[in-house]
Write a protein that binds this ligand. Structure first.
Ligand SMILES: C[S@@+](CC[C@H](N)C(=O)[O-])C[C@H]1O[C@@H](n2cnc3c(N)ncnc32)[C@H](O)[C@@H]1O
Length: 615
């Protein structure tokens, strides 16, 4: 068992960015391991001896885990606490921001993040809030973001800013703005290089405008539900473009992006007045977020970010969306689900043109949980997390009194938290953008979400499609290897053979997704790019030269150049008689994917910010 726990930690750390796993989240795992050793192990064994099904095992374990959590002061040990505004903390954060802002330091991006956090912690109308906005206006001025500077001056005044400094700054900004406007009016306008949005390469299904009509959903013993193409597909084809059902920002973007639309708006974020964990780009996003989900995650969001892994964050947001979809009435949601015939829900045949929010919700509710396949230890860990989350929701949201009055609703809520935790665990996808790291662009994820139809794609370590996040959060599925008519489409669950060794991929896939991968890359042990690069034959050295050339072009991030090489790479991949995984084909495919990211992912404005900062 220790091995399983070690694999569990290792799996988590290897694949889910250890830096994003907070100290308390690690504590929580240690607590879980303690509980496992003290009493869970024999209980699970007993469930096995009694031949209990996964569902019965859960019913059997829930009360035991609940008792253990209550009797072992788990909440205190995890330091879970109400999220309150705190002007002292706000002042501290602002002073750290000032250090970053200092002319000798000039780390404006870090300073902005700290000022934003200070704004989030400050009380409404407080001097602290006014000062943080005023400081943010100063950075805007330094970075020549004049409109945003004026907005911050307005926000500072609305927060009762009383000093003189802002009048002078406002004058300065207005002058600079007038000058900039005159300059723009007199200079000839250069039209920006607009990259067209990708579109489906084939007519859409009549019932589902987000899917090409050549895709069908099938089901078999080996793969469960899976997606097959009824026509041959070429590299570069776009076969799905789907909107996520739910998304959650990653921790490191909370003070940079809007919690609702996820736009990168560090200079103008405004805080939620109920918590310190969510900021928005506008009153409109703030109110949409509140009505769609935040009324249920407001009181617990900070604890979720600090003490739980991302699965729990998305889980709670899904619960919140589910309840708001049913007019904030958990009992109506329960009645709906009691009456739902899950086997009849099929996102590929449903009419999306007429679908209600409730129909769309059904497609997510029936995503796979893998409950029957999952190792009991992991089921127990989900129960442990779900039980803590359930307690927090009861204590800190309006669902508390509703559940107290109705034990059936109370149990339903816990069951739902547990179900969605399992769904999220094996269906979540990363949303990516082109981040700028001092002097180069890299693909990075800023959020995690769930998509109803894209979730039907199974995994291969040598996939034939690639998901690309578009700037509005939709995900486009591009073909990256020629696909024969009648074949299955395979995505990669962030475990491609070009990056990870077989052993590592297989342990992650079995750990998170509960299946043993038998894809071609696992069967024939395809090499990683590193191994291919280290090869020293003549073809490889030519290949390396080309790889360096393509990388240079890609890192220029110039649309025209990238579009040209994207077309070149696509033709090569469609026409080459060489077979995958010959090194040339692997390299060109990796470069092709990068060209799609450069062209279609949203590109951070960070490169622009850095011009004003100290390197
Ligand atoms: C995102 S879902 C994919 C759709 C799923 N097959 C279904 O029926 O809903 C992920 C789950 O599908 C199954 N799966 C994905 N790729 C697989 C593969 N290559 N072989 C077997 N099962 C796979 C695993 O159970 C995995 O946890």
């Amino acid at each position: 068992m220790e091995e399983a726990i070690a694999a569990f930690h290792e799996g988590m750390d290897t694949f889910y960015e250890p830096q994003s796993v907070t100290c308390t989240a690690k504590n929580k795992r240690v607590l879980f391991a303690k509980m496992y050793d003290t009493f869970l192990k024999p209980s699970i064994l007993q469930a096995k001896l009694n031949n209990l099904s996964a569902k019965e095992t859960i019913e059997f374990l829930v009360p035991k885990i609940l008792d253990w959590i209550r009797n072992n002061s788990v909440r205190e040990q995890l330091n879970l606490r109400n999220d309150l505004k705190d002007n002292t903390k706000a002042a501290q954060l602002r002073s750290e921001g000032n250090k970053m802002f200092h002319p000798n330091v000039k780390r404006y991006i870090e300073a902005i993040k700290l000022y934003n956090e200070s704004i989030a912690f400050s009380e409404k109308g407080s001097t602290e809030r006014a000062l943080a906005y005023a400081n943010r206006s100063n950075i805007c001025l330094k970075m020549q973001r004049f409109e945003e500077c004026l907005k911050n001056i307005r926000l500072a005044r609305e927060s009762n800013y009383s000093g003189e400094k802002l009048n002078q700054r406002e004058k300065e900004v207005k002058n600079a703005l007038a000058k900039a406007r005159n300059k723009n009016a007199s200079s000839s306008k250069i039209s920006p290089d607009v990259v067209e949005e990708p579109e489906l390469s084939y007519p859409a299904k009549e019932n589902a405008p987000q899917v090409a009509n050549c895709l069908e959903l099938r089901k078999n013993e080996e793969y469960g539900r899976h997606v097959v193409t009824t026509r041959k597909l070429k590299v570069g084809d776009v076969v799905m473009i789907e909107r996520p059902f739910v998304t959650v920002l990653k921790d490191s973007f909370r003070y940079v992006r809007c919690d609702f639309c996820h736009g990168e708006r560090p200079f103008t974020l405004i805080p939620c007045e109920g918590c310190t964990a969510a900021m928005y780009c506008s009153e409109e996003c703030l109110s949409k977020a509140y009505n769609n989900y935040h009324r249920y995650d407001c009181g617990i969001l900070r604890d979720l970010y600090e003490d739980f892994e991302e699965v729990s964050l998305i889980d709670i947001r899904m619960i919140a969306i589910a309840i708001t979809t049913f007019d904030n009435n958990p009992e109506a949601l329960k009645d709906h689900l009691d009456a739902l015939d899950e086997s009849n829900v099929n996102g590929f045949t449903m009419d999306w043109n007429k679908a209600t929010q409730q129909d769309i919700f059904n497609t997510v509710h029936v995503l796979t949980t893998n409950q029957e396949r999952r190792h009991s230890m992991f089921v127990a860990m989900f129960i442990f997390n779900a039980t803590i989350l359930h307690t927090l929701i009861l204590e800190r949201t309006e669902l508390g009194p509703v559940c107290e009055a109705n034990p059936a609703t109370n149990k339903f809520l816990l069951d739902l938290i547990l179900r969605y935790m399992q769904i999220v665990n094996c269906n979540r996808k990363l949303l990516s953008f082109n981040a700028y790291k001092v002097n180069e662009y890299v693909a990075e994820s800023f959020a995690v979400g769930c998509y109803p139809l894209i979730s039907m794609l199974n995994h291969s370590c040598a996939p034939n499609v690639k998901r690309i996040t578009l700037p509005d959060g939709r995900c486009a599925v591009f073909v990256i290897r020629p696909v024969l008519e009648g074949s299955q489409l395979f995505d990669s669950y962030e475990a491609g053979h070009t990056l990870h060794e077989r052993e590592m991929r297989q342990s992650m896939l079995s750990f998170t997704y509960s299946f043993r991968c038998t894809c071609e890359a696992c069967t024939f042990n395809y090499p990683t790019l590193k191994v291919l690069l280290e090869g020293s034959d003549v073809i490889n050295s030519e290949n390396k030269t080309k790889h360096l050339y393509y990388n240079r072009m890609l890192s220029s991030h110039e649309d025209k150049k990238v579009r040209k090489i994207m077309a070149e790479l696509r033709s090569f991949l469609n026409e080459t008689p060489k077979l995958y995984p010959e090194s040339e084909v692997c390299f060109r495919q990796v470069e092709f994917v990068r060209s799609l990211q450069v062209l279609y992912n949203q590109t951070s404005e960070n490169a622009e910010y850095w011009k004003h900062c100290k390197p």
